[in-house]
Design a protein around this ligand. Structure first.
Ligand code: CP
Ligand code: NVA
Length: 337
């Protein structure tokens, strides 16, 4: 298979079949873990986890998945390493490539994770860049399969900031898997033209559709999944909150929106972390400044039966395990059936 020894940088680099195989492998690894079957097939290998931005899920998923596979994970954050300040990405890549069998990277531009892969000589896994969050999408697709069955033909509506890593990657994931992707936002936040035309080309092959809709109520008609993400992403200047709240509040996922799909089975999804209450520092600060008790998702939707956000979070671990396994194990037939 072409993903053996290959980096996992963005979903555009993989065929629909390869994405489907990753999901199958993840499903089987999950079943093995649940029934206590060990899969320490990468014993003796070492992986570096480089985080230039903060993380709960992605870091824990890589650490737990790595350990479950028998590997030793080493966590590096920019404050306690030389990365960027005293040593270039090219040099860091060549050093890490001499010691580790694989490298996870979370940070800023997609070109950084690409460079790490080009220079290290070992598989590199994208744990989030400004442009893409591909391991999150695998978890999302697995979760949709578990709750709604086949992916093909399902409609996913993304509300809010549709021009950042989450919406970009979901648009690619939906196009690849023959799903209908709807981006709903103020025009300023629609995905960029270049990526949109690439996805529309893919969609022609897979039967997917890609549409943008400014009216949130129209957008969610027929939605199988309503998905949202934070309005200000990591690394963005906090001064943009003012404008984002003004522009994106009409796209908040609340009860009215969930009830406008015309379907009783619509699920709510979010990559997390989410601002749905006042139990966070930023949530409290936004409440003090704007009087909002929730942002991209109302608390009663987040906590509702329709919300499958914690299944998604768990699936980060199983899918990340599948990504590492597929790039480090030559014969994956045990899990790919
Ligand atoms: N969804 C996600 O990537 O979460 P973390 O930022 O906690 O890793
Ligand atoms: N768009 C968010 C995703 C977090 C998982 C961010 O980049 O901060």
């Amino acid at each position: 298979m072409s993903y053996y020894k290959k980096s996992f940088l963005k979903l555009l680099d993989f065929t629909s079949e390869e994405i489907a195989t990753h999901l199958k492998v993840a499903k089987n690894l999950k079943a093995e873990k649940k029934s206590g079957v060990s899969h320490r097939v990468l014993e003796g290998k070492n992986i570096a986890l480089v985080f230039e931005k903060t993380s709960t899920r992605t870091r824990c998923a890589f650490e737990v998945a790595g350990s479950d596979l028998g590997m030793h994970p080493v966590y590096l954050d920019p404050k306690s390493s030389q990365i960027g300040k005293k040593e270039s990405i090219e040099d860091t890549a060549r050093v890490l490539g001499r010691m580790f069998d694989g490298i996870e990277y979370r940070g800023y531009g997609q070109e950084i994770v690409q460079k790490l892969s080009d220079y290290s000589g070992v598989p590199v896994w994208n744990g989030l860049t400004n442009e893409y969050h591909p391991t999150q999408i695998l978890a999302d697709l697995l979760t949709i399969q578990e709750h709604l069955g086949e992916l093909k033909g399902k409609t996913l509506v993304f509300m809010g900031d549709c021009r950042y890593n989450m919406a970009n990657s979901l648009m690619v994931g939906c196009a690849k898997m023959g799903m209908n992707f709807v981006a709903s936002s103020n025009k300023k936040y629609f995905p960029n033209d270049e990526l949109t035309s690439i996805c529309k080309e893919i969609a022609k092959e897979t039967g997917a559709t890609i549409t943008f809709e400014e009216d949130p109520i129209k957008a969610v008609k027929g939605a199988d999944v309503i998905y949202t993400d934070v309005w200000v992403s990591m690394g963005e200047d906090p001064s943009v909150w003012d404008e984002r709240i003004k522009d994106l509040l009409p796209y908040q996922v609340n009860k009215t929106l969930m009830e406008s799909t015309g379907k009783e089975t619509t699920k709510f999804m979010h990559c997390l972390p989410a601002f749905h209450d006042l139990k966070t520092e930023i949530g409290k600060d936004i409440y003090d400044r704007y009087g909002l008790t929730a942002m991209e998702v109302a608390d009663d939707v987040f906590e509702s039966e329709a919300s499958i956000v914690f299944d998604e979070a768990e699936n980060r671990m199983h899918t990340i395990k599948a990504v590492m396994l597929c790039s480090l194990v030559e014969d994956i037939s045990r899990w790919a059936k």
